[in-house]
Design a protein around this ligand. Structure first.
Ligand code: PMP
Length: 403
């Protein structure tokens, strides 16, 4: 008999995977099942990816039909779904422009980086703590030194400023700045919301100095924060926007969308990727957009997100300092650095969440999650936190014993 997955992965997968806590074998709606048959409410959605949950009939149907019609075409040709997707996204954006399709958020940001270099100016200004991806260009713009350090030297020309600090941004952007890249809300850093006027200030500063404003909406885009794009909440129009994650509802697709002169910066042959914008992934994305529209998911996300945040705050639990974020991208701030243990306790209790910072728990569930499903987590949260706190004390005792 074949050994269980949990015993096999360590021999065949590269060590960058760390130690996966569970092996998932199935999913339906907002639920997933592990190799032992245990069911979890997936409050992370593959980190904001499974916008319609798992095995959504609209995605299954769109992908199946497209595969039976026309599969991969490479970027030498175009196909109906990719053109239709570009048109629909630009329509949602509300500004004339152009889209480039790739396979991930990292690649979308890599494209934005290259687009910025086409301005002829050398510098990119990025935010400390921001996350933009793992290829060398995207990593060079990622404001987390520990992620960059093992791979130095980085591509040059990136300058970092503290996130949310308008004065620092004002001082950093010069006539040498090709672009400023920002997440509307820092996702990987722990769901950090900037001051209300920050993106508007970034827009003003970049426009004044002739630099591009790139918004990385990989985590915040496609209805995640209660508007179709997060920047729509603050009325700021970027020159370039990147998308991925929830766009494909589980299939790999990323997009770099530009408006105005930025949309004209690439010349034929300057950038591309074999699988980017393939008809199957584009068909899945069209299904996602269709369901968001037909089921009014943007408003649903805003309403459910608000209720979850309020319900969690109303618990008045001593370990909860507050809830931040927007729509269904929420960070539960803890009063102690217990998030890793809370993530594990939640898993034991049948809920998938994660710990982007030592004192923050992140929720980014499928957009289709119901109020009732979400409340089942809120109801379980006090016991999850209490267990995490007890395990923490247990660990301290163990550490003391060992010392
Ligand atoms: N940008 C942001 C804001 C992200 O959150 C992520 C992924 N966590 C990425 C880029 C990279 O996306 P991907 O993992 O699809 O390459």
């Amino acid at each position: 008999m074949t050994a269980p997955l949990q015993q096999r992965w360590g021999q065949s997968l590269m060590k960058n995977y760390g130690t996966p806590p569970i092996a998932l074998v199935g999913g339906s709606g907002p639920y997933v099942t592990d190799a032992d048959g245990k069911r979890y409410l997936d409050l992370l959605g593959g980190i904001a990816v499974n916008s319609l949950g798992h095995a959504h009939p609209a995605i299954v149907e769109a992908v199946t039909t497209q595969l039976q019609t026309l599969g991969h075409v490479s970027n030498l040709y175009i196909s109906p779904p990719v053109v239709e997707l570009a048109e629909k996204l630009l329509d949602r954006f509300g500004h004339p422009g152009r889209a480039f399709f790739c396979n991930s958020g990292t690649e979308a940001n890599e494209a934005a980086f290259k687009l910025a270099r086409r301005t002829g100016r050398p510098e990119i200004v990025a935010a400390e703590k921001a996350f933009h991806g793992r290829t060398m260009g995207a990593l060079a713009m990622t404001g987390q030194p520990s992620k960059r350090a093992p791979f130095e030297p980085m591509p040059p020309g990136v300058r970092f400023v503290p996130y949310g600090d308008t004065e620092a941004l004002d001082a950093a952007v010069t006539d040498q700045t090709a672009a400023v890249i920002l997440e509307p809300i820092l996702g990987e850093a722990g769901v950090i919301v900037p001051p209300a006027d920050y993106l508007a200030a970034a827009r003003r500063i970049t426009s004044e100095r002739g630099a591009l404003l790139i918004l990385d909406e990989v985590q915040t885009g496609v209805a995640r924060t209660g508007t179709f794009f997060a920047h729509q909440q603050v009325g700021v129009v970027p020159d370039v926007m990147t998308l991925a994650k929830g766009l494909g509802g589980g299939l790999p697709i990323g997009a770099c969308i530009a408006t105005g002169p930025a949309a004209e910066l690439f010349e034929p042959g300057q950038h591309g990727t074999t699988f980017g914008g393939n008809p199957v992934a584009a068909a899945a994305a069209l299904a996602v957009l269709g369901v968001i529209e037909s089921e009014g998911l943007t408003d649903h996300v805003a309403a459910v997100g608000k209720t979850i945040a309020t319900s969690i705050e109303d618990l008045h639990h001593p370990l909860i300092a507050g809830v931040r974020g927007a729509g269904l991208l929420l960070g539960i701030e803890l009063t102690e650095a217990l998030s890793g243990r809370a993530e594990a306790a939640a898993r034991d209790a049948g809920f998938l969440i994660n710990a982007p910072a030592p004192d923050v728990l992140r929720l980014a569930p499928p957009l289709i999650i119901t109020e009732e499903q979400a409340q089942s987590f809120v109801g379980a949260l006090p016991a999850i936190l209490d267990t995490a706190a007890q395990n923490d004390k247990g660990d301290l005792v163990n550490k003391e014993n060992r010392a």
